[in-house]
Design a protein around this ligand. Structure first.
Ligand code: N01
Length: 492
């Protein structure tokens, strides 16, 4: 296919785009479309602000466990990051600044949710919750992965008399100071919350169903001198971005896809040392010791959780939850009386752009195509859904790596497909059924080697226990994203 954004295509077919979502990937799409001279587009955002996951998740302690100089657009590096791993509010402010810098608000329709996308007469017909309609040539679905809160199915959950909310819907009107707070879950979110509130809450009960391996984390601040030097010489930021990218690629992304790799052994040892040397009480240490391999679940990274859970006002509750009552959470042991209950119970990760009703060629619906589970060729294109491309779609790279880098590579790939449409090389592009089937078969085979299938429950695993993630080394992802293979596409 063509090299990215063939300038000759600019004289070709005019295209209108719809981008769904103004989170990290939607903002990226808008910037890249403008860069390619494509300014006929609308970004649909259901909320009244940009920022996606960083707008929705405002819980105490929120931070990204990917270093900030890596979790940044490669073209919009930021000399002002306060820490190696900066807090969530700072990340949200960064995305808002990027939106302002590129003057993107004029393209974003806030507060209007896309509810339907129908492919008819060679174009996508969109409808929003307010009844607004649009007709576009290309849809970019930038709707995110960790988006729809998963509420636990626990008996009596609606009878709780205190304040209760999901971690992604934190109610800042509810006071925490001096209160008895329960946190259900032990994932990345729960660990951050417990560490952040233990100094303020009267008592914190963390309800653990499964213990987590915790990778230690240092989080030094950047000094004023560091920031001044980044400002004076931006190439230092590029260097840092690229070094961190390589470090994460070698140390995490490539490690988790090979359960026998030397790097995974290093991760396991680091987690084990962290547990052994930082949890003093032998009984608590055993309760916190997982019975599966490190990084089987998405690795939790924290420099302060073990300290927090050992505070006198913190309690690790490991007896199973029986039900939730007016006064609190009843485990098989006793009633844990609570004022506030936080559900840090994760997300429904198989929704992607659903509940939008999407209908492709010949009336085929996404709901039907994805009835068992979502899939897309290279996590980007779905057969019979022409000119619809996904960013961070099903089965793409998700584990302990910068999703920004993933989305940048995906978007550059998508732009090569778009160039085909612009240059009148074809009017419709979608992956073939054969390409998707072949890719899925190879993906499932490769997944057998990953650490994710070594015996744990996690949000990576689909309904069959197969990891819904990229099971190859990251270099393969880079290679696959370099140039689309026209044989894998139906070009009409
Ligand atoms: O969600 P999770 P999360 N009864 O799905 C428990 C990203 N992220 O929001 O392990 C009792 O990991 C469940 O128990 P179990 C990151 O990719 C990143 O924490 O299934 N417990 C588990 O402990 C992360 O992986 C950052 O036995 C119940 C927890 O709830 C992803 O988001 C920060 C239960 C859910 O853990 C999701 O993390 C935050 C029940 N009925 C998030 N149902 C950073 O960058 C569920 N659980 C740092």
């Amino acid at each position: 296919m063509t090299t990215p954004t063939d300038p000759g295509a600019a004289d070709g077919r005019h295209l209108r785009f719809a981008v769904i979502g103004a989170g990290m990937a939607g903002i990226l799409s808008a910037i890249k479309l403008l860069e390619a001279g494509l300014d006929d587009f609308c970004v649909y955002e259901k909320a009244d602000r940009p920022g996606g996951t960083w707008r929705e998740n405002t819980y105490p302690g929120i931070a990204c466990d990917v270093p900030s100089h890596l979790y940044s657009y490669s073209f919009e590096l930021n000399p002002e990051w306060s820490h190696l791993f900066s807090p969530g509010q700072e990340i949200l402010a960064y995305f808002e600044r990027v939106v302002a810098h590129h003057d993107l608000d004029r393209f974003i329709r806030y507060g209007d949710e896309v509810v339907r996308c129908d492919y008819a007469d060679g174009r996508w017909h969109l409808e929003t919750a307010s009844g607004h309609t649009d007709v576009v040539d290309v849809v970019i679905a930038a709707t995110g992965v960790l988006h729809h809160p998963r509420h636990p199915d626990i008996e009596g959950i609606d009878t709780f008399g205190g304040a209760m909310f999901h971690s992604a819907r934190w109610d800042h009107d509810v006071p925490i100071a001096g209160k008895r707070v329960g946190v259900i879950g032990t994932g990345s979110t729960a660990v951050q919350i417990v560490a952040a509130i233990v100094g303020e809450a009267g008592h914190v009960s963390m309800f653990q169903r499964t213990a987590q391996w915790i990778m230690p984390q240092l989080n030094p601040p950047y000094s004023d001198d560091d920031k001044a030097s980044f400002r004076a010489d931006p190439s230092k930021m590029t260097q840092m971005h690229d070094n961190l990218s390589q470090l994460f690629e070698d140390g995490f992304a490539n490690a988790v896809v090979d359960a026998d790799s030397p790097q995974i052994k290093l991760i396991e040892q680091a987690c084990l040392d962290n547990l052994e040397s930082n949890v003093r009480d032998a009984e608590l240490r055993e309760l916190l010791r997982p019975n599966y391999r490190a990084a089987c679940k998405r690795l939790v990274i924290s420099g302060d959780f073990y300290d927090a859970i050992q505070q006198p006002n913190a309690e690790l509750v490991t007896s199973p939850i029986e039900r939730i009552e007016l006064g609190g959470v009843r485990t098989t042991e006793r009633l844990h009386e609570l004022d506030v209950l936080v559900l840090a119970t994760g997300f429904r990760v198989d929704a992607f752009m659903r509940p939008i009703e999407v209908t492709g060629r010949h009336g085929v619906t996404l709901e039907k195509v994805w009835a068992h589970r979502p899939s897309a060729y290279l996590s980007i294109s779905i057969p019979d859904f022409p000119n619809l491309f996904m960013l961070n779609g099903p089965n793409g790279p998700v584990g302990n790596f910068s999703l920004i880098e993933v989305a940048e590579l995906q978007f550059a790939y998508i732009m090569q497909l778009v160039d085909r449409l612009r240059s009148n090389g074809c009017r419709e592009i979608s992956a073939t059924h054969g390409a998707l089937d072949e890719w899925e078969t190879a993906r499932e085979e490769a997944a057998k080697k990953t650490v994710w299938v070594t015996g744990c429950r996690s949000w990576y695993l689909d309904d069959r226990g197969i990891p819904a993630a990229w099971p190859w080394r990251f270099t393969k992802f880079r290679d696959d994203m370099a140039t689309p293979n026209p044989d894998h596409y139906e070009l009409i």
